[in-house]
Design a protein around this ligand. Structure first.
Ligand code: RIB
Ligand code: CA
Length: 319
């Protein structure tokens, strides 16, 4: 399958990280997942790593998992248990696994995976949590740069925030790491809150999935139902499955719209900490902008392709 993208996913599962991984697992014709690294975010590093191990088994993925950063580069760790539950997966029980992390140093693991690729092959990095591991990778092992095709990340927002009115969780958690990634000069696709606000799953769809007799649909639907009842979505019609926008963009870029523009990150301790400052001014300085900021998506198509991936994975695992 020559058109497959080599993928390294860096995540903090996390309900929407799990949905994103489900989409990737449902499309082996498009993605060759080389490995998964974990970063503290939605939950502690121990919890998100255990979740990643269980999810790879549950989704039928035979891929290595490496444990990553316990805390951000310079700031104290912050979790989101109120949104993702005590176990980080909406308190949905994913079957236990005997699988263990292949390393507790995700940065070296990522470097080895990338530099071990056959000559001429490159990798797409898909971070869906705080960018601590990715920033360290780029700083400690700059030789990986020429092997990185692009970085398709969930984070930030041109005009939106969730942790604060102007700052999104993944960036707020580790602004310094995000600044390193956005300033790296590598091609970045920013799946921020502007576009993920069009990547929702409504209550009826979540209920249908949760009521399914199929294990993947039931688990993903139940996680999203937890999400819908969390403080973030309690009185709203849909929950945004933010992280799934990354792989769905890679699969169906035609349903998304974005603009290339300079993005910088506020690393202050003020009220705009973690803001991704996206310069959309017509009078902005001329230049080659490495970041594509996604601003819109066809929400019906997003939901259709997400649900399709869930059912495709169930069908494949049912053999
Ligand atoms: O703001 C949403 C992001 O923060 C998602 O990646 C979610 O999983 C949390 O990590
Ligand atoms: Ca995440």
């Amino acid at each position: 399958m020559e058109n497959r993208r080599n993928i390294l996913m860096d995540c903090d599962p996390g309900i929407d990280d799990a949905a994103a991984l489900c989409v990737a697992a449902a499309h082996p014709e498009a993605f060759r997942i080389l490995g998964i690294s974990t970063v503290a975010g939605n939950q502690t590093i121990e919890t998100v790593t255990e979740n990643a191990l269980r999810l790879t088994q549950f989704f039928g993925l035979d891929v290595p998992v490496a444990q990553g950063a316990k805390v951000p580069l310079t700031r104290p760790a912050k979790t989101a248990a109120d949104i993702h539950g005590k176990n980080g997966l909406g308190d949905v029980e994913i079957p236990k696994t005997d699988r263990k992390a292949v390393s507790d140093n995700a940065v070296v693991f990522l470097r080895d995976q990338i530099m071990g690729l056959p000559k001429g092959e490159r990798v797409t990095l898909v971070p869906t949590g705080p960018l601590t591991n990715i920033a360290l990778l780029l700083k400690v092992f700059p030789e990986v740069r020429e092997r990185v095709e692009e970085i398709v990340l969930m984070g930030g927002g041109a005009c939106k925030g969730n942790v604060t009115p102007v700052s999104e969780f993944n960036i707020f958690a580790d602004p310094e790491a995000a600044s390193i990634v956005f300033e790296s000069g590598l091609p970045v696709v920013m799946c921020g809150l502007d576009v993920t606000g069009k990547c929702g799953v409504d209550r009826e769809t979540a209920k249908e999935l949760a009521g399914s007799g199929k294990k993947i649909a039931r688990a993903v639907g139940s996680m999203i139902q937890f999400y819908l009842n969390s403080p973030a979505y309690r009185n709203r019609p849909a929950a945004y499955v933010h992280d799934a926008a990354t792989f769905l963009y890679l699969l169906h870029p035609e349903i998304f719209r974005g603009e290339r523009m300079p993005v910088s990150v506020d690393c202050s301790d003020g009220i705009t900490r973690g803001m991704t400052i996206c310069d959309a001014r017509p009078t902005r300085p001329e230049g080659e902008y490495h970041t594509l900021v996604l601003l819109d998506a066809d929400e019906k198509k997003f939901l259709e392709y997400l649900v399709e991936a869930v059912h495709m994975l169930d069908a494949r695992l049912d053999g």
